[in-house]
Design a binder for this molecule. Structure first.
Ligand code: WTA
Length: 654
């Protein structure tokens, strides 16, 4: 592991304690939180066992809390049985049957309310349809849908029958979809004809067709939800409309009871090497932390309207749209469109119209909306908001302050939540009724989470503000189970150092004098573009797959809205374009990467050079490339470069 003496330059002295009003309205008192912390620091496993008994309805109660015999393949509650969909839906029927579960708003403004009773019936009907199509426990099902209620219904229906879903973000290309289908060996794809975003129709079925035509022999059937009604083609022996698949199915479906360790889902995410990896999550442990964090971090209460703006294609849309809020009986908002359509007031307009009380979004969205001016939020009644949250990347203190003053009117605590696809749920985050927040810090570890910063030797760093590796030292219920089909990669990626004792998050961080965590960035070659993880290797492989390209290196360049933008250096097989830029070629390669991975991975800038800068051992000098991308002066030693004349080419000067 390479450590470039991680240093931090950020200083932040502002402190924001929760208001008396918030404290009085919160379900969590500071004494209760102290108790949780004390208990978890005492007997950590007993702490989680108690939480699991309280928060989950078990079909077969567990006897064993944690099986560590095959570490780092930890198995929580291994002899317990449950069903996630039962815990989300059936148990709301007694008291909350007529409560709104989902407020759906389409891109064009169409609104639909679904009660828990209706949602339960729809999930059961669709679960029966899945069974009729031959889907059984353990089968993998790909969900490639727009952000509509049916995406959640499809996830819940899979969970109900023990099928393992893998949601693929609707913005991913046919090629990315195909990779995921093939890696999971999915039997079925659930998709839609298309979706609506920003007034445009997004193709989904035709993309699915392109993926399936390129291979994917495991797929036996495709269920298509009619959303847009535009023309698509249906393959008679393979494709069936959602409504037709549901014909004749009843709205009752006995849940399939599965072991707590049965995979609830696979979700692909980027790493520093190779193809995206299928992060495998359990049913019991995952659901437990989805629930506990809804309580501890979001202070969820019966009267709340909870809106997490993430797409179900990302982990945030799994834990805080599809599972956590439903398992705690909340009313959620699901939104198909984009924050800037029909204008940049859409989020605030929706918060007002739907009386949203808890709003959770990404710093990149906040930064984009700041640019649109304060008139948009100021012309809406945001008085129902009581809590705000952010996720996905560090929030810069200025964006935090805007969120706090312009959106929260200095009334709403902000929960900056640090976690990952792999952690399944929040790990570092404030408890809003208790924690004094600081702009830019995700504050402290939640009860039961043993997070620390360590140096290369695995020793805890106790000096304030000294950077190191963020690790988690004790297993926790919602932790990644393995990388689907690749146990070795799971071990190598997450437990490579310190004798496999600590979970390595892949982030660098520091703790300040109060012990607060400040995330500094990734330690591997992973970019964070608009809160989405992209591996530099993935984009490089996509570029090199183009017949014009010989070699490519990709780095992140700081970007004021997206966090990072994608900056590519390309060596062509043919002649290097004059002056190192070629707009037409750049457009071609951008479009190519869009087709290979998806629009989010398109390089923002491309520079062409005769060679890439490499060390004597052949490693690309990424740090140098990052410096050049930023337009900064080169201060590192470049004398070992084989061909120093490429420097001006990389800098776009020759
Ligand atoms: C980054 C998203 C700073 C971090 C839930 C992590 C953050 C990666 C924060 C995981 C935060 C996420 N502050 N950085 N509050 N939240 N990150 O898997 O680098 O898409 O490792 O999960 O996002 O991204 P992922």
């Amino acid at each position: 592991m390479s450590q470039d003496n991680i240093q931090s330059t950020l200083h932040e002295d502002r402190r924001f304690p929760p208001s008396t009003d918030f404290i009085n309205g919160s379900a969590l008192s500071s004494s209760k939180v102290n108790e949780l912390n004390l208990k978890s620091k005492g007997d950590n496993q007993e702490f989680w066992a108690q939480q699991a008994r309280t928060e989950i309805d078990w079909h077969t109660p567990f006897e064993t809390t944690l099986d560590s015999s095959n570490a780092p393949f930890y198995r929580w509650f291994p002899d317990g049985q449950l069903n996630a969909s039962y815990n989300c839906l059936d148990r709301q029927l007694e008291k909350n049957a007529d409560k709104t579960a989902i407020i759906f708003e389409g891109d064009a403004g169409d609104v639909q309310h679904i009660t828990y009773r209706e949602l339960h019936a729809q999930v059961c009907t669709f679960a029966n349809a899945l069974k009729a199509q031959g889907i059984a426990q353990g089968d993998r099902v790909i969900i490639y849908m727009p952000m509509i209620s049916e995406a959640v219904i499809a996830m819940q229906a899979c969970a109900r029958i023990g099928a393992i879903h893998s949601v693929v973000f609707g913005g991913f290309s046919a090629s990315s979809l195909k990779d995921r289908i093939e890696d999971t060996q999915a039997k079925m794809v659930i998709t839609a004809d298309g979706g609506h975003r920003g007034g445009k129709v997004i193709e989904l079925k035709s993309t699915t067709d392109s993926a399936l035509n390129a291979g994917c022999d495991s797929v036996k059937s495709v269920i298509v939800f009619k959303r847009t009604g535009h023309d698509i083609s249906m393959q008679a022996d393979r494709d069936i409309w959602w409504a037709d698949a549901e014909k004749g199915q009843t709205s009752e479906c006995e849940p399939t009871w599965v072991d707590a360790t049965h995979p609830l889902f696979l979700l692909y995410t980027s790493g520093s090497t190779g193809k995206p990896k299928g992060i495998q999550h359990s049913t019991g442990g995952y659901l437990l932390n989805a629930i506990t964090t809804m309580r501890w971090v979001f202070d969820i209460q019966n009267s709340d309207v909870f809106w997490c703006t993430a797409d179900v294609g990302w982990i945030t849309g799994h834990t805080y749209v599809a599972y956590g809020p439903l398992a705690t009986g909340a009313t959620i908002v699901i939104f198909e469109g984009v924050p800037t359509y029909p204008d940049a007031g859409r989020f605030w307009d929706m918060c007002e119209r739907h009386s949203v009380s808890i709003f959770y979004t990404a710093p990149t969205a906040i930064r984009a909306l700041i640019k649109q001016g304060d008139d948009y939020p100021n012309s809406h009644d945001l008085s129902k908001l009581r809590l705000l949250g952010t996720v996905g990347e560090p929030i810069n203190p200025e964006a935090w302050m805007w969120y706090h003053t312009v959106i929260g009117k200095e009334r709403c605590p902000i929960v900056d939540t640090w976690w990952q696809t792999e952690t399944g749920a929040h790990m570092l985050a404030p408890v809003p009724s208790v924690t004094v927040t600081k702009p830019g810090s995700c504050t402290l570890a939640l009860p039961g989470i043993d997070a620390a910063i360590v140096n290369q030797e695995g020793e805890e760093i106790t000096t304030a503000n000294e950077g190191g590796y963020l690790v988690i030292r004790k297993p926790w219920p919602s932790m990644i189970q393995t990388v689907w089909g690749d146990d070795q990669r799971y071990k190598d990626t997450y437990w490579p150092y310190f004798d496999g004792k600590f979970y390595l998050a892949g982030d660098s961080a520091r703790r300040d004098e109060d012990g607060y965590f400040w995330i500094m960035g990734r330690i591997d070659d992973v970019l964070n573009v608009s809160g989405h993880r992209l591996g530099t290797m993935e984009i490089e492989s996509a570029l090199v797959a183009n017949s014009l390209v010989a070699e490519a290196a990709v780095v992140g360049k700081p970007h004021d809205v997206k966090g990072e933008s994608v900056f590519a250096y390309v060596v062509l097989k043919g002649e290097r374009p004059e002056g190192g830029v070629d707009n037409e070629l750049t457009q071609t390669l951008r479009a190519w990467v869009g087709e290979q991975i998806g629009a989010i991975a398109k390089p923002d800038e491309i520079r062409y050079a005769d060679n890439l800068p490499k060390t004597r051992s052949g490693k690309i000098m990424r740090r140098l490339l990052r410096t050049i991308a930023k337009g900064e002066e080169i201060t590192s030693d470049t004398s070992t470069l084989e061909n120093e004349s490429i420097l001006p080419q990389l800098q776009g000067k020759a």
